[in-house]
Design a protein around this ligand. Structure first.
Ligand SMILES: Nc1ncnc2c1ncn2[C@@H]1O[C@H](COP(=O)(O)OP(=O)(O)OP(=O)(O)O)[C@@H](O)[C@H]1O
Length: 717
């Protein structure tokens, strides 16, 4: 292991951190350089003790002693003959059937592993999670010897049946280990040396074991490392297969290890819920699978999942740096292209989940897991020092788990969506779905079907088998009603009924289905003013406003510097180190930020690209319209920019004498016209594609949807 200890590298580990054992090299019993980088093979449950035990080590001796005690407790005696009895009728075929998914992924890896040990008087075995031998590959001379001790397909090598042995003991301890010669409990097995690793499925459960057994004289200290790597390979293969529609994030502290066996792989649902992680990912994140289940992408990587999708949307593979919740920076690649471009923040339909290979039996297992409080809070991540935000978070924590509907108010881009995800992520429901419905982006004619679902043939154009509405999709989790102020009035009444009665009636169903959802709503509008205008139902408002919180606009936040640094860090690519010149920071502080955090994020993203390698963001890297809006068509570098009269109201840092006069109605009206005409033009240019038009204009899709009533008819239908 390198003597230069790097705290930022979880694979070197930190001696002061009990989660990151610094002296482990589980894939190699020696101290090879490769081993130093490959600790990802260690399972987090085994943190704190060596995972690859060379015969004779203290830990090994302890495990073996404990196993011998268990063997005695099972009523076995060391002089017993090996048990040759066949498994009960149907047991083997059941085990084979249950292990089909495992076998399919293990078979090619077993072949490769066998090729590496061929002619060493050894064999490779695959077993079920209960220790039944499912498949063997070996040298003929050794296979014959193995048969004499029942090392054959169908035999039971659990500890209960054979006493201490690598397969049974590795499965009992859920840990890779070698059992050598005399360490076997049964005297009959003491001519063997066996190295075995449990195999985990993508849901964190042990589903089998991979073992190499040979004549004890052929013991080689690298065999266990080989077995562990092969087990990891099987696990990674299963990953690739089981979550075809999810977001797969591949990461490692060293970019050269991306795409290799030791990379971390974490899988998230399209709305950012944690679904799975391989052993390396668990190790790097410092959390075992069970704790990760309470997390979301944003609580682990500090960004909304929409930002991840944006980062990796390109068809060209890109590598980015992200900062994990523990402060460690990793190199990342992600596969997000399979996701639908629209509705990317909402949950996949039940039909889609059911259709995913391997999902049918496995998904419920994840859903059954009792909710746990996350170790690292998503809300805490958003608490970056602004007192208004801190107060919002304190209030939200007070009502957490109390079934109180939360309404989030705030201008566009202030992080309402991200906050809703964090509320869900920190709640008891975090293992349930988070389903987001954007009431502004669904055409009026479809919103009813989208929300409530429909039965087959409920209306012209309905899908053959009907569809589950978003409310039912959120059953057991959280329903996020974004832009609730844009919900058509006739549907407000229906929604109110659902909230009162906790039952949904899909279109054409003629029946009511009970539903259990936590409700979070958000709007950039003023709901009370809407009620006064008759545009929003007062009774619905009082159903939704159990706790109303308001997110401050970016220009009001006191943690502006910190937020800028945080976003900048998340955007830097390939080891880039980009800062901000004091001049630009001063401009930022004077600017009004009408698009808030979204606008800041977009502006920084472009600037970072323009800076290229290391350097500072300067005026040169800012868009012209931004500089124009500030009214600073390049003054001398030292000059303080003055806000443009109609666009930049006084910021918290602007001296009182630079405050501009109130916005004039005519002026803002003219601006509104200009904005509408630009939107109409962009929509026409992109054949009504709102995402493309929004991108071209540098605004959010919501901004366009909000104006739909003012846009020429036909453009947004
Ligand atoms: N706390 C934060 N830290 C860093 N970036 C943030 C934060 N909150 C939001 N952002 C950035 O702003 C973008 C918009 O956030 P979000 O969608 O949550 O805002 P919103 O208020 O829901 O917007 P809208 O009202 O337009 O739907 C995010 O994609 C992210 O880039």
């Amino acid at each position: 292991m390198s003597s230069d200890h790097d705290k930022n590298d979880p694979y070197q580990g930190d001696p002061s951190d009990p989660m990151v054992p610094w002296d482990l090299d589980p894939w190699s019993t020696g101290s090879t350089e490769a081993g130093d980088h490959m600790n990802g093979g260690m399972h987090p449950h085994s943190a704190g003790r060596p995972a690859g035990h060379a015969p004779g080590s203290d830990a090994d001796a302890r495990l073996i002693t404990q196993s011998h005690e268990r063997s005695r407790a099972h009523g076995l005696r060391s002089a017993d003959e090996p048990d040759f009895s066949s498994p009960a009728r149907g047991t083997l075929s059941d085990a084979l059937e249950e292990s089909r998914f495992l076998y399919q992924h293990a078979a090619p890896v077993m072949e490769t592993l066998y090729n590496q040990i061929v002619n060493t008087h050894s064999m490779v075995l695959l077993t079920s999670s209960s220790g039944f031998v499912l498949h063997t590959l070996g040298d003929n001379d050794f296979l014959e010897k193995a048969q004499r001790v029942a090392l054959t397909t169908g035999a039971d090598w659990s500890e209960q049946s054979k006493g201490t042995n690598a397969i049974g003991t590795a499965l009992t301890e859920a840990e890779a280990l070698t059992v050598h010669g005399e360490q076997h409990y049964l005297e009959a097995n003491r001519f063997l040396t066996c190295s075995c690793s449990p195999i985990y499925d993508p849901y964190g459960q042990v589903i089998g074991a991979l073992d190499v057994t040979g004549d004890h004289r052929s013991f080689h200290q690298h065999t266990l490392a080989l077995v562990r790597m092969s087990a990891q390979m099987i696990e990674n293969h299963m990953f690739a297969d089981i979550f075809p529609k999810a977001i797969r994030l591949h990461f490692h502290t060293r970019s050269e290890f991306l795409g290799t066996l030791v990379e971390g792989i974490a899988v998230f649902s399209p709305e950012g819920r944690f679904m799975s992680a391989n052993r390396s990912a668990q190790f790097q994140l410092g959390l075992p699978f069970s704790a990760l289940k309470a997390h979301t992408f944003s609580s682990l990587f500090g960004l909304p999942v929409s930002a991840l999708i944006d980062l990796f949307r390109s068809a060209v593979p890109t590598t980015r740096q992200l900062c994990m919740h523990n402060g460690v920076t990793v190199w990342c690649q992600a596969k997000v292209q399979a996701l639908s471009s629209s509705w990317s923040m909402s949950a996949p339909s039940r039909e889609a989940a059911d259709a995913a290979p391997g999902a049918a039996g496995a998904t419920p297992a994840v859903a059954r897991v009792p909710a746990r409080k996350p170790q690292f809070s998503s809300l805490q991540y958003l608490d970056t020092g602004d007192p208004q935000v801190s107060s919002v978070i304190t209030k939200l924590r007070m009502v957490s788990g109390r079934d109180i509907p939360v309404m989030i108010l705030g201008e566009t881009g202030t992080g309402k969506d991200l906050l809703a995800q964090a509320i869900h992520g920190d709640s008891q429901r975090s293992n349930g779905p988070f389903v987001s419905v954007n009431c502004a982006s669904i055409p009026d004619t479809l919103i009813e079907a989208e929300l409530f679902g429909y039965e087959e043939g409920a209306f012209t154009g309905a899908r053959k088998r009907g569809a589950t509405g978003k409310i039912l999709q959120a059953d057991g989790g959280t329903l996020f009603l974004d832009e609730i102020g844009d919900m058509p009035k006739h549907l407000q009444a229906r929604l109110l009924r659902v909230l009162q009665e906790r039952k949904v009636s899909p279109l054409g169903a003629g029946k009511e289905i009970p539903v259990d959802v936590a409700i979070i709503s958000a709007t950039h509008k003023n709901p009370k003013a809407m009620i006064a205008e008759g545009a929003f139902r007062e009774d619905l408002y009082y159903r939704l406003n159990g706790l109303v919180v308001r997110l401050p606009a970016l220009r009001e936040r006191t943690d502006f510097d910190f937020v800028v640094r945080k976003i900048l860090k998340s955007l830097c690519d390939n080891g880039q180190n980009v800062g901000i010149s004091p001049d630009v920071m001063a401009m930022f502080k004077q600017y009004n930020w009408p698009g808030n955090l979204r606008q800041l994020h977009n502006l920084l993203r472009t600037a970072v690209v323009m800076v290229g390698c290391d350097g500072e963001i300067d005026r040169l890297h800012l868009p012209d319209d931004f500089i124009e809006e500030l009214g600073t068509s390049p003054p001398p570098a030292a000059a303080t920019p003055t806000p443009a009269p109609h666009l930049a109201p006084p910021s918290r840092s602007a001296p009182p004498d630079t405050a501009e006069p109130p916005v004039e109605i005519q002026e803002s009206q003219r601006l509104e016209d200009v904005a509408l005409s630009a939107m109409a033009q962009a929509l026409r240019a992109h054949n009504g594609n709102v995402s493309a038009a929004a991108k071209a204009l540098g605004v959010s899709r919501n901004t366009i949807y909000r104006k739909k009533h003012a846009l020429p008819p036909g453009l947004l239908d």
